[in-house]
Design a protein around this ligand. Structure first.
Ligand code: PEP
Ligand code: MN
Length: 363
């Protein structure tokens, strides 16, 4: 896959020799000409150099009908004016070939494909088809369901259309259970994407992951600690009155505080002391991991022996009471050692699934 480096479409800014993450900011939706203009103006006044791209949704994919679904084409005229007057690249979401054509007509600089479009290969292909031969950066949000292949498939479709200025945007995944996040981050999926497509820049959207203003700063820091290339933060001149996503948008001043507070860390360091100490710690981890794997192997041997013994005595493999006891005690032991109970519960669920497989065979 040919992917251009981020520097070809966003001017790199270095702070103490570290590249600052790309920052995309702006309201969830364009609502009125004044709201759009004043939001951008204040963002630039408060954050100056830190903002690379101004965003706003013109067409809004909403879960239920009869809510605000975006201002449509008129918003592109307002956007064009912001771009001209304030001199900042602009980005908007496109979900149909018509959206792409209109966005191009009004000079939108960067397009993004939303989570509800990424899930549908027909939609992504339709968008890819109108993008053929056009040189414009496209950001592809993750699909709403945690399906890495679907996310990669959308990236490949856009790339196959000849778009090489391309980035992924991690905006979290829908889950049936209620969590503290609006969309569960499932960081592992984005880390896996990085390992499968190492040249692909990956941005993070703390607004749609968090769903509340309070979570924006800690989530952004976490993303920087995981070496993300950029952040997209929904910012509104008057968040409480926003027509969409009012709980998660921040004011331009708050955005400035967040960007001041988060720390940029480098992906690696050449410092010799740092490298040798890190190496020492990693060797310790390697030794412990070896012990963990050896312990699991010994445990599995016992599980096999118990399985044979039960069978020889006409006893069923799965005993509910024993499972309940294992499932209760291990997280309790873990908590006493300062480990997270849920983490150990999940680990034991996996161990138990494997034990049953060892005792009953694969079906
Ligand atoms: C948005 O960025 O405003 C948006 C609608 O995002 P998503 O597609 O991630 O829900
Ligand atoms: Mn939004």
């Amino acid at each position: 896959m040919k992917i251009d480096s981020l520097e070809t479409w966003v001017k790199p800014v270095f702070v103490n020799e570290k590249r600052k993450p790309v920052v995309i900011a702006g309201p969830c939706s364009a609502e009125t000409e004044e709201q759009l203009f004043n939001t951008c103006k204040e963002i630039l006044e408060k954050n100056g150099n830190d903002i690379d791209i101004f965003r706003a949704g013109i067409w809004k994919p909403r879960t239920r009908p009869n809510t605000f679904e975006g201002v449509g084409e008129i918003g592109l005229k307002w956007f064009q004016n912001v771009r001209k007057e304030l001199g900042i690249p602009i980005a908007t979401e496109v979900a149909t070939p018509q959206h792409v054509e209109l966005a191009l007509k009004y000079g939108v600089d960067v397009l993004w494909i939303g989570a509800r479009s990424t899930v549908n290969p027909f939609t992504v292909q339709d968008i890819a088809d109108v993008l053929k031969g056009i040189d414009i950066p496209v950001i592809i949000k993750n699909p709403i369901n945690p399906d890495l292949a679907l996310w990669m498939g959308a990236i490949e479709r856009i790339n196959n259309a000849g778009i090489t200025k391309i980035a992924a945007m991690h905006r979290g995944f829908s889950t049936f259970e209620k969590t503290k996040y609006r969309n569960s981050p499932m960081w592992q999926l984005a880390i896996e994407l990085r390992s499968k497509m190492p040249n692909l820049p990956i941005f993070f959207d703390p607004s749609h992951v968090g769903g509340t203003r309070e979570l924006i700063e800690p989530l952004s820091q976490k993303a920087l600690d995981l070496n993300y290339d950029g952040l997209m933060i929904e910012t509104h001149i008057n968040p409480k009155e926003a027509w969409s996503d009012a709980e998660q948008q921040v004011t331009p001043s708050r955005l400035d505080e967040i960007l001041e507070a988060i720390k940029i860390r480098t992906a690696s360091s050449d410092n010799e002391d740092f490298i040798s100490h890190l190496d020492e710690l990693r060797q310790k981890i390697d030794r412990i991991d070896k012990e963990i794997v050896e312990s699991l192997a010994s445990r599995m041997k016992l599980v096999e022996a118990i399985g044979d013994y039960k069978k020889a005595n006409g006893v069923a493999v799965f005993q509910f009471e024993r499972w309940i006891q294992v499932f209760q005690t291990r997280p309790e032991w873990a908590a006493k050692l300062g480990l997270d109970k849920d983490f150990i519960a999940l680990l034991y669920k996996n161990i138990h699934d494997e034990s049953i497989r060892v005792q009953t065979g694969r079906v």
